[in-house]
Design a protein around this ligand. Structure first.
Ligand code: NAP
Length: 293
């Protein structure tokens, strides 16, 4: 039993406090507050919870929330028209299209309609391309949140062996690009990786984003490694062993014995995503105000 627990909740509170102070300064200087529009199509219960949390978090730091809802049977044209309206609205600094969308809609194609300057999820082709090129742009919130956690825990990335498990556009690919930008040596694993255990066991920094409860056990972890658990699976509280019923990709009880630092689930990466969404919205507002003056 040795690992330090990286407290995502506390670090997220710090980031939100910093954003709130900068929003106050921005609003005083420009005479208008940043605005974040969430677009929710349909009534998926999980997505509604996320959208409500994002709306509440905005209000707490002085960002104006815009809550746009479309019915589950909305057409691509209707969603596109909503996004185009928000693109043109100067009081909206950031736009977030809540994914996943109902089956008849193509999330990638609709996300691409968002003005890249308002793309606070960092998922448009332009922002993804800028990240791949190592150029400034809006970055996806969860990998940014992981970078913030690693910085807060004083993890040295330069030259470190970093392994990311998962290659989604939402997390794994941008995470790998950010680590590469920080001069880590990066390996990305996925469902076809041969001997996942052996690859993970090389990592100084191991980041798991799969969505398979407790996939990463003790023997996947090099002694002294830093372990970041992005995965979220919902079990019954009895199965999970915690009140929320949420567990990560990492077997926490085993990992804590061998890692030097580790994020818990819940209370690790999760709280960072919304904190970095607020930071991205402020950054987008600042960049748009600069263009207007
Ligand atoms: P995703 O799109 O489903 O991607 C999962 C990735 O895991 C894929 O690349 C897949 O490989 C890989 N994978 C599946 N089974 C594997 C196995 N047995 N061994 C190695 N790799 C395997 O999911 P995502 O959107 O990236 O999210 C991943 C997890 O992170 C989910 O639990 C999600 O809830 C969580 N998450 C949390 C936050 C947060 O705010 N805390 C944010 C985003 C995501 P293939 O590409 O080969 O299929």
């Amino acid at each position: 039993m040795g690992a330090t627990i990286i407290d995502g909740k506390a670090i997220a509170v710090r980031v939100r406090g910093e954003v709130a102070a900068e929003v106050r300064e921005f609003s005083a200087r420009t005479g208008s507050a940043p605005g974040l529009a969430t677009v929710l199509v349909g009534n998926d219960a999980g997505s509604e919870v996320y959208v409500r949390a994002k709306q509440r978090a905005c209000a707490e730091v002085g960002i104006v929330p815009f809550d746009r809802r479309l019915p589950a049977d909305a057409s691509a044209e209707e969603v596109a028209s909503e996004l185009e309206g928000l693109n043109a609205d100067e009081s909206v600094s950031g736009i977030l299209l809540q994914l996943p969308l109902p089956g008849q809609l193509d999330g990638t194609a609709l996300t691409a309609i968002i003005d890249p300057r308002k793309d606070v999820d960092g998922l448009t082709p332009l922002n993804a391309g800028l990240l791949a090129l190592g150029r400034p742009g809006l970055r996806p919130c969860t990998p940014l949140g992981v970078m913030e956690l690693l910085a807060a825990a004083n993890v040295a990335l330069e030259g470190a062996e970093a392994v990311v498990v998962g290659r989604s556009n939402l997390f794994g690919k941008p995470m790998a690009a950010l680590l590469l930008g920080a001069n880590a040596t990066v390996t990305v694993c996925h469902s076809r990786t041969r001997d996942l255990r052996a690859v993970c066991a090389r990592a100084d920094v191991l980041i798991a984003a799969v969505g398979r409860a407790r996939l990463i056990g003790r023997d996947f972890i090099k002694p002294g490694a830093v372990v970041i658990d992005v995965g979220m699976s919902r079990l019954t509280p009895e199965q999970a062993g915690n009140a929320s019923g949420l567990v990560g990709d990492v077997d926490f009880d085993q990992a804590i014995e061998v890692a030097s630092a580790i994020t818990p689930v819940p209370g690790g990466v999760g709280p960072m995503t919304i904190a970095l969404l607020l930071r991205n919205t402020l950054d987008a507002a600042v960049a748009q105000a600069r263009v207007r003056v």
